[in-house]
Design a binder for this molecule. Structure first.
Ligand SMILES: CC(C)(COP(=O)(O)OP(=O)(O)OC[C@H]1O[C@@H](n2cnc3c(N)ncnc32)[C@H](O)[C@@H]1OP(=O)(O)O)[C@@H](O)C(=O)NCCC(=O)NCCS
Length: 178
């Protein structure tokens, strides 16, 4: 069932970092097992979003209490250490038009549409910035059926599998510009 509590989406700003720390601290073990693109401490977040230019964050906020309920991180371009796999699938990578994506939703909000809506909001912004393709950050664990269905519903396609602490799927979304 969809939540009746109102929520809204926005690009992360430096003033959101305290709220983002609280959100990440509260994530449960099941979500942490699936989502861990970077450290969850304040220094790691400042390093990404204040001291570097190539990372973007997006959040969904519960409008009733201002708490963050979902967070996605993007890197402009691709991760060098994943690039050999994408090349092996026949992709030609480009830092100017590819970006790399990792999503998370607070447990109590999962499966209620927030992740899909936030991702569609992000896709609109990425298109405006000139990006043409989204690559998954380190792939998705092949037993993460919830995430696989969410990605496929958004139009991501499976590229191939690789082993890293179990099997994982590389996926990408080609964003078409009207
Ligand atoms: C994966 C994740 C970001 C998806 O966000 P979400 O808000 O839960 O997903 P949505 O509610 O928008 O669901 C989109 C689709 O995903 C699928 N889905 C969502 N929850 C599901 C569940 N519990 N079981 C099976 N499929 C599910 C459904 O197809 C759903 O569409 P539908 O409800 O219209 O049928 C979120 O569940 C999450 O944070 N999971 C833990 C961290 C994680 O796995 N991150 C990805 C790492 S690669």
């Amino acid at each position: 069932m969809r939540h009746t509590i109102p929520y809204s989406f926005k690009k992360l700003e430096p003033s959101d970092l305290d709220r983002l720390c609280s959100y990440l601290e509260k994530l449960g073990p099941e979500t942490r097992r699936r989502f861990g693109p970077h450290g969850f401490d304040r220094n790691s977040l400042e390093n990404l979003f204040i001291h570097q230019q190539e990372f973007l964050g997006y959040v969904a906020t519960n409008d009733e209490n201002n708490e963050i309920i979902a967070y996605c991180v993007l890197k402009k371009g691709y991760l060098e250490h994943d690039s050999f796999r994408f090349h092996s699938y026949g992709l030609t990578l480009d830092h100017a038009t590819d970006c790399t994506f990792a999503p998370s939703v607070a447990e109590e909000w999962q499966g209620k549409g927030v992740g899909g809506e936030l991702t569609n909001f992000i896709i609109g912004d990425l298109k405006e910035m000139g990006f043409r393709r989204i690559l998954l950050w380190g792939g998705v664990q092949s037993d993460n059926h919830q995430a696989l269905r969410y990605y496929e519903k958004l139009g991501f396609r499976r590229l191939g599998q690789f082993e890293y602490f179990g099997m994982n799927d590389d996926m990408c979304l080609d964003m078409f510009h009207e």
